[in-house]
Structure formats: structure tokens, C-alpha cells
Write a protein that binds this ligand. Sequence first.
Ligand SMILES: Nc1ncnc2c1ncn2[C@@H]1O[C@H](COP(=O)(O)OP(=O)(O)OP(=O)(O)O)[C@@H](O)[C@H]1O
Ligand SMILES: [Mg+2]
Length: 388
Amino acid sequence: MATSPDPSVFHRLDLADALTQALLTTAPASASSSGLFLAAPRRTGKSTFLREDLRPALEKAGALVVYADLWEDRKADPGQVIVNAVRAELLRHQGAIARLARAAGMDKVAVGGVSFSLDRVGLGQDVSLSTALAALSDESGKLIVLIIDEAQQAITSESGNDALFALKAARDELNSSRHHGLRVVATGSNQDKLAMLRNSREQAFFGAPLVPFQPLGKNYVDWFCAHVGLPARLDPDIVFDLFKRTSFRPEMIGAAADLLRFDFALAPADVPQRFAQAVEAQIAASDNEALRVVHSLTPLQSAVLRVLAAAQADYAPFEAETMARYQRVLDAVAPNAQVRADVSNVQQALGALQDKALVWRATRGVYALEDSSLASIMAATGLLDVAR
Ligand SMILES: Nc1ncnc2c1ncn2[C@@H]1O[C@H](COP(=O)(O)OP(=O)(O)OP(=O)(O)O)[C@@H](O)[C@H]1O
Ligand SMILES: [Mg+2]
């Protein structure tokens, strides 16, 4: 599956190799055979790294990689996305399907056509994820690395939780001496959410190390400046400072460069200054976009969001003290509002905030901001002052 490297991507081969080594050489009894968590803020290049660097490095080292992106389709159930990723890999290994068919007592039936339906593989189906992954392991003779991008989505649905339990069983089975091993690499944008996945003894990730995924650094900015193709040179040191101001989001400096590229009247001497202005404008636009959604909320939704954002990990949605706080914020932001905060309408507001993709909810009722950077944007504009 060798693909030629994408010239629009800055590669981090050393990091990919280091992670690959760490994953492949783990002693089976150590906690990191549970896998690995990589946490980094939104839009900083996690998925790009997984796809462009880590996956090829793992494959080069002889592993079989199965990739499931739980955010690829916001509407798809996270558990089903994981099942589909395993099914898709099975399809590429007819021998593994033949094994499953034989195990299901279908040895006389031709394989590859109607005889064995992949629908039989899944959560609560007669062929479990563990059995399917074991067949892949035996057939390929390879260590399997399951990469789950945006893993925190798994605990937002029942079937996602089921998938995590199923993967725990699969991990125990495949890491036994009968097979060739299973590692799970999970990424997410929020450490607190990912931590919830590693705290339960019954789950696939129990005890898995949480590694802060380092953002793109100065060498990325050097590469960017060398390839940006503007009429004048950009100073990498200055651009690196700007890049830090964007919270290490490549899109921000990329979009700034695009703006300049289409400004045909731009004099070369003005390029550095205009670039800095364009980056600042991108940051402001991105913050404004986030705030636009906040300003479209009803007073109660706004109060609930502010209290959640101010409380962060201490947020207890329905405690008396929190209810009083919603009411205080409500009184401050909408003194004439008829509505009073009670358990039922706060629950409704939280539901609405979830629908607007502002709030994330784990199945056991823990709430958090979908994107934790929203809290600092709200704080910077004073929106949280009334909620403290
Ligand atoms: N190594 C890189 N070289 C060049 N551009 C990059 C690199 N990594 C990320 N980008 C760009 O940054 C943007 C965000 O990248 P990516 O989607 O990988 O981030 P993410 O952390 O997975 O984001 P999200 O939180 O939305 O899942 C994309 O437009 C991508 O092209
Ligand atoms: Mg991503």
C-alpha cells in the first residue's frame, strides 16, 4: 500500500518511528499493551499524522493497521464505525473470512460470495469483534494496530461503549500466545475526556498511557516558509511566533498565505507585515465564528453554556449550587426573561447545546465542552465573568 508522499504535508517520520517502536516492542504484560492515547487540541494535525506518518510507519514495521475515524460521519454510531472498520479489513483478507466461515460450520460452502455475510460480524452478532480480529491475526500472522481517531466519541453511545468492552476482550485474546497481538492507538482533543476511557477496568484502554501529542514545531514552520511561494521571503522565527499565536493550527497560517497569494497588487516589501496582519485576522475570524454560535443561543442555553465553561471539570449539572448559578447568570444576562432554571429545562438546554455541537456528553451523564478552547475564547471576551 505504498503511496507517494503528499507534497502538501510536512512529515514527522522520527516521531512516527519512535511511536512505532514503542508500540511494537512493548512487553505483553505491561500496561501499554493496552495501547496508547495521543491527546492534542483541535486542528493541530492529529489525523494527518495518523494517516500520513504513523500508519505507513507501522505498516513498514510489519503491522496490520485498521483505522476508524469516529468523527468521519458525525451521525454514524461510534460502535458501528469501529465494527465497519474491522469488516472492511476482513474484506481484504479472504482467508480470514474463510476461517470465520469454517468456524461457523460452513466448511463446505464456497467463500467470497453469498456464503458468509459480514453482517454476522459485530457487536451482539454471532461472530464477535474478538473472533474477527483473531481470524485476521491468524491469517496475516501480523500484530494488529487498531487506530481510533477521536476515541472520546466512543463513550457517547451505548454501542460505542459496547465496542470498547469488545475490544478489551479482543486485546486479551490477541495478546495471548495463540495470536500475534493487538494494540489500540486512540486520539482525542481533550485529555479529561480521554482519561474517562482509561479509568474503567473493564474497558480496552484501562491503564493505557496518555501521551501529550506534540504540536507541529519550528521545523514545520521552516518547511512552510520554504514552500509558501510568496513574492518575498518570510522570516521563520517571526512566523513561528505567529504560529504559536494560532495555537499551532496549520490552517491559520495556510489561509493567511492564500490571502496574500491572490493579492496581485502586493509589493514584495510589504509581504512580511501583511502576512502577520492576515494571520491575526484569521485568528480573530476563527474566534468570532465560535462566538457567533454562542450569541445565537437562548438566554437559558447561554447561561448553561457559561456555567459549564467556567466550571470545566468540576461541572455538576444538576446540583443545587449549579442550579442557583444558572439562575444568577440568567438574571444577569436576561433580567426580563420569564424563564427560570429548573432541572427539566436545563436538561433540555444541554440537549440543544449538544445538537449545536457545543457540548459533549458521555453516556453516564458527564458533560464537557465539545471544543475546550471555546472556554478561553469566551473568557477572553468577558462572557464568563457572570458565571464564576
Ligand atoms: N503535517 C502537516 N503538514 C501540513 N499541513 C498539516 C499537517 N498537519 C495538519 N495539517 C493541516 O492542518 C489542518 C488540520 O489537520 P488535521 O485534520 O490532521 O488535525 P486534527 O488535529 O485531526 O483536527 P480535528 O481536531 O478537527 O480532528 C488540515 O487542514 C491539515 O491539512
Ligand atoms: Mg482529526
